[in-house]
Design a binder for this molecule. Structure first.
Ligand code: AHG
Ligand code: MN
Ligand code: MN
Ligand code: MN
Length: 333
């Protein structure tokens, strides 16, 4: 899709991708379904308090997060849209087990319907994340569609509901960004080929967890804080937006490194983020844009989930910086 003109509509770009590779036909239908659901969610988010209390708290999800109205609304809209696409199974943050949609359909989707829930109700950016995989479950392995490595993903994307609503997407042919043309009600291509600069000037981490971090991350951040006098020989800026998609979009556009390490808190020994519907889709998008994504020691895309809500430490961003952090895990550089 890199050759397409800026301003091209998403459906035209998907049609061009399918014309070039007919094997993408079903993937394109699933992406279009996610885009349609995202527009519905964006419309509600854009109304803010006029849409009611989007942060109204409900039950706890199976992951221990309190579900807010918008979490559930987004989950329902995406699931409904995927029911109309060639999708057999959905693994959603907001559902305990795998959801069965269309028996025998070729594709399955891991989804974080609403990412950055702590930003709901305070007018801060939130998002939705999805990863599309071949259906591969069996009676012997009912989770089979989701227990393979992230390299099995055929496509991945995230939507940022920010000042603009954008869809960052990869079909395995680079990473593109589409921006919602509200007047027209559809996404248009605005960034045909995202390329992440190799060196970082910013790091993103929740510094309030410092006392819990894995030791290599503690050592790395200490060296960041020593600035140009320290071994990293440069002065970093810091950002932490409370929504993975917002930090990921900034990294894609201006480089940087994002870290949510294992932090030793109850339940967060492997970090807070989930492999299937946060780390793996983001890792696919980052690698397709020339960036890196690891858990400290392993490439995220090589890791196989054993459960659909499994957490994993996540470090991604500018390739040189991710390699630098990896050295702290592999022994002080
Ligand atoms: P979600 O709202 O889907 O549960 O994800 C929230 C995640 C991610 O978006 C963000 O980077 C991280 O939680 C923020 O964690 P802290 O609140 O611990 O900083
Ligand atoms: Mn959550
Ligand atoms: Mn999330
Ligand atoms: Mn979520």
């Amino acid at each position: 899709m890199e050759s397409l003109e800026i301003g091209s509509r998403l459906d035209a770009c998907l049609a061009a991708a399918v014309a070039a590779d007919a094997g993408l036909a079903d993937v394109a239908k699933v992406v279009a379904a996610c885009a349609a659901a995202a527009i519905e969610v964006s419309t509600v988010i854009g109304r803010g308090a006029l849409a009611g209390d989007l942060a109204a708290q409900g039950e706890q999800n199976s992951d221990g997060d309190v579900q807010k109205f918008l979490d559930v609304f987004a989950h329902e809209r995406f699931t409904e849209a995927l029911r109309g696409a060639p999708v057999a199974e959905v693994a959603s943050e907001e559902a305990e087990g795998v959801m069965l949609l269309n028996a025998g359909a070729p594709l399955s989707v891991a989804i974080d319907p609403l990412d950055g829930s702590s930003n709901i109700g305070v007018n801060m950016a939130v998002g939705s994340i999805f990863g599309i995989r071949p259906t591969a479950s069996s009676p012997e392995n009912p989770l089979g569609s989701f227990t393979g490595p992230g390299t099995l993903q055929l496509a991945a994307g995230f939507v940022t509901y920010g000042p603009a609503t954008s869809l960052v997407l990869t079909l395995g042919q680079g990473t593109q960004t589409f921006t919602l043309d509200r007047a027209e009600g559809g996404f248009r291509l605005t960034h045909p080929r995202m390329e992440v600069v190799a060196s970082a000037k910013e790091y993103a981490i929740n510094a309030s967890n410092a006392r819990h971090w894995d030791p290599p991350v503690k050592a790395y951040i200490e060296d960041c804080l020593r600035g140009a006098e320290g071994p990293l020989d440069k002065d970093f800026n810091m950002r932490w937006l409370g929504s993975l998609v917002s930090d990921a979009q900034r990294v894609l556009l201006r480089g940087g490194v994002f870290l949510y390490p294992g932090d030793g808190r109850k339940g967060y020994a492997q970090g807070r983020l989930r492999l299937l519907y946060e780390a793996a889709p983001i890792a696919f998008l980052m690698e397709q844009a020339g960036a890196g994504a690891i858990d400290g020691e392993r490439r995220i895309l090589d890791i196989c989930a054993t459960g659909i809500h499994e957490r994993v430490p996540l470090i991604f961003g500018s390739a040189d910086e991710v390699a630098c952090v990896a050295k702290y895990y592999g022994g002080r550089n």
